[in-house]
Design a protein around this ligand. Structure first.
Ligand SMILES: Nc1nc2c(ncn2[C@@H]2O[C@H](COP(=O)(O)OP(=O)(O)OP(=O)(O)O)[C@@H](O)[C@H]2O)c(=O)[nH]1
Ligand SMILES: [Mg+2]
Length: 692
């Protein structure tokens, strides 16, 4: 593949709801453009884009995949993104480096949450948008219903450039509303003919909408239009191109990815209408001293690029995908990672098509490529010319919201686990892991159940590490409610030298969050100085072991006020034992209770789900603190909810709010567990201990 210049490149991310046909469309576009000579199928695991074994197994896209094709001397860099919400990280990264979001909508299901998400991200990045209404040949496909729903939701700037000829089983092609021609047939085997007579009314209506949208982007055209003069085809094209580039016009295309109908016309439109990297404003960033910088999309500017994806390969190493904003990068050279302030050696540069790597000697401004084995560079970093550094804003990824605990199956798995997890974090910015100090579990976290499951699969497949998963443990704690005094006496006389330690303590409850306090009130040498730290050590050890269910005891003051010793038999060891016994004896009398972590939760949902969300949180023993509108018809609900009830909230919220909700949690404080629930926790903990 030759290296293209900016004005001959189109960077287009395919986004949309899960299963709307993005991958199938990408495959059809590749086939129509002649990039591949067999049309693969998602259901057979043979597409160019879904080549990853996890994707083939599940028949869904998990990773963003780069699939360039060439059409009319233009390179169309398609990036196929996943539709399933768990993998939204790659959607963000891909849209960030594209000029256009081609949002695929199912002609049967219409606007689903994945459509809304894609639209919102595209708005956030200020890039052009276009719709492709897919599955036109399917039963119940209804182009006009979907089109009007899109116009109702996103405004009259949403205009079709095409109308379907036939529908469902009779769907056979499209009418090009600009050329006023019928284009029928499969792939690039198309016939151009007259507009069918029975479509005149619809064609007239939507051509009008098109002219209106075109006129709105050009004052001269607008005058003409308002005076009732018809606009020429050329004028409409000029007005529309400008409108699409500025995001003021959102064109709608249609077809069938499965039957490969409409793809040649779509490629024509993408080449003709959506912006090239040369059509958009210069890329903005900062220089390392904090001042503003920008780069024009020209080969003559200093090199600059943004890393939007990293793939961890156990054999080849790391593969770094980057989008060039300015200048040229050559194979076997160097680049400066301005985000981290380190120089990277650049080896062979590749254009990628699915898993196929096509070596290239250079990559130009506006294009997308990949390079292997960078040592420090991660997703979101800027790579640039060391002498002209610029730092582009990094990519913001959603925080993980769902965790499971993992346990290595064997000792050898255990040894490999740490490094493997670190590599997974490199390739997936929405994945995190950490060891919970209190429960001792290793937790892995992602955006949902499927995400976490796939990560476990990846651990095994890519790094040969097998783990078992289990529910995260809640880090309960224990405390006391009233003060109590007790003696701890450790005395043993078994031949030779004996052991003797004797301590009297009082324990008192402290405020929540105060931890542990030790007070030494020994007077007159009842316990020799050197043994007092040993008593404290014993108390601390007993607190770690717990009273009721083996959870650490917190918020206690222990006062050591009396004791006795033996000149020969006393030792540090004996006084530590005395401390342990004293605490255990006192704690039993101090009305111990179980404490649980309470999370401060914020949920953002469209207004219509507010009642259900609040009802559900109440059912989870939550306390609603308040709600407030946050714009876009959405509400933020704030609540305090026990962590034990929130372990699967990512899944619950998705079903309550049909994927339209987000939430964050943060540890707030510890509170007493209600008695009946505490009883269950204590019982199950006992069982656990017996099994150990
Ligand atoms: N009838 C019909 N089915 C289609 C069409 N396009 C895709 N499909 C089917 O829809 C299913 C999902 O297609 P994909 O191409 O994997 O959809 P996707 O949008 O890439 O899905 P995700 O990557 O998981 O979000 C597959 O069974 C396809 O065969 C189409 O035009 N018509
Ligand atoms: Mg897909």
């Amino acid at each position: 593949m030759k290296a293209y210049k900016a004005d001959k490149i189109r960077n287009i991310a395919l986004a949309g709801h899960g299963g709307c046909g993005k991958t199938s469309l990408a495959e059809a576009l590749l086939f129509t453009s002649g990039a591949i000579d067999r049309l693969g199928k998602v259901d057979e695991g043979t597409t160019t884009s879904d080549y990853d074994p996890d994707e083939i197994k599940r028949k869904i896209s998990i990773n963003a995949t780069l699939i360039p094709c060439e059409w009319k001397d233009t390179k169309v860099n398609l990036i196929d993104t996943p539709g399933y919400a768990d993998f939204v990280g790659d959607v963000k990264g891909s849209l960030r480096v594209s000029e256009t979001a081609l949002i695929v909508v199912c002609a049967v299901s219409g606007i689903e949450v994945g459509v809304e998400t894609a639209w919102e991200f595209a708005e956030e990045y200020g890039i052009s948008k276009a719709f492709f209404i897919n599955k036109m040949e399917r039963e119940n496909a209804d182009f006009y219903a979907v089109l009007e729903a899109l116009r109702a939701k996103y405004g009259s700037r949403v205009v079709p450039l095409q109308l379907p000829i036939g529908s469902q089983e009779t769907f056979k092609g499209i009418v090009d509303l600009l050329e006023m021609k019928a284009i029928t047939g499969e792939g690039n085997q198309v016939t151009v003919g007259e507009v069918p007579a029975d479509m005149n009314e619809a064609v007239g209506r939507y051509r009008d909408a098109l002219a209106e949208a075109a006129a709105e982007n050009d004052d001269e055209l607008l005058m003409k239009y308002l005076e009732g003069e018809p606009l020429s085809g050329e004028e409409i094209v000029t007005g529309l191109s400008a409108g699409i580039r500025q995001g003021k016009v959102v064109p709608v295309f249609c077809g069938s990815a499965l039957k490969n109908i409409g793809t040649a016309a779509l490629l024509d439109s993408l080449v003709n209408f959506v912006p090239s990297p040369a059509d958009v404003p210069p890329a903005k960033g900062k220089n390392p001293s904090g001042g503003d910088e920008e780069r024009k999309p020209l080969d003559t500017e200093p090199f600059s690029s943004l890393v939007f994806k990293t793939l961890a390969d156990p054999y080849v190493g790391k593969l770094t995908y980057f989008r060039v904003y300015s200048g040229v990068l050559r194979s076997d050279s160097h680049a400066f990672n301005s985000t981290k302030g380190v120089e990277e050696r650049i080896g062979q540069i590749y254009f990628l098509r699915g898993k196929n790597q096509i070596a290239t000697s250079e990559v130009h401004a506006g294009d997308i490529a990949a390079v292997a084995k960078l040592s420090e560079t991660g997703t979101g970093d800027t790579l640039c010319d060391k002498n002209k550094p610029i730092i582009y804003p990094t990519i913001e990824f959603p925080e993980p919201v769902f965790s499971v605990a993992i346990r290595a199956k064997t000792k050898s798995d255990e040894d490999k686990l740490g490094p493997a997890l670190a590599k997974l974090v490199d390739e997936d910015p929405t994945f995190k892991y950490h060891r919970d100090q209190e429960t001792g579990q290793t937790l892995i976290s992602g955006l949902g159940e499927a995400h976490v499951e796939i990560t476990v699969d990846r651990l095994k497949r890519k790094f040969g590490v097998e783990v078992e998963t289990e529910a995260p443990k809640v880090p309960y704690r224990e405390t006391i409610q009233v003060a109590a005094k007790a003696q701890g006496k450790h005395k043993k006389q078994t031949g030779g030298r004996g052991q003797y330690g004797d301590a009297w303590i009082e324990i008192q409850p402290l405020e929540r969050g105060q931890g542990f306090e030790f007070v030494d009130r020994i007077v007159g040498g009842a316990i020799p100085r050197q043994y007092i730290p040993a008593v404290e050590k014993g108390i601390r050890e007993a607190m770690e072991r717990g009273i009721l269910a083996g959870y650490p005891v917190v918020d206690v003051r222990a006062i050591l006020y009396d004791g006795s010793f033996h000149t020969v038999d006393s030792s540090e060891m004996a006084f530590k034992m005395a401390g342990i016994l004293a605490f255990q004896n006192a704690a039993e009398k101090a009305s111990p209770v179980l404490l649980e972590p309470i999370l401060s939760v914020e949920v953002i949902i469209p207004e219509e789900y507010m009642g259900d969300v609040i009802g559900d949180l109440n059912g989870k023993r939550g306390r609603i603190l308040g709600m407030e509108p946050v714009g876009g018809g959405r509400q933020k609900v704030r609540a305090l909810v026990p962590q034990a009830e929130m372990l699967r909230y990512a899944i619950d919220l998705r079903s309550i709010a049909r994927g339209r909700g987000t939430f964050t949690t943060q540890l707030s404080h510890y509170e007493e567990v209600p008695a009946h629930i505490a009883q269950q926790i204590i019982e199950s903990r006992k069982k656990e201990k017996q099994e150990e």
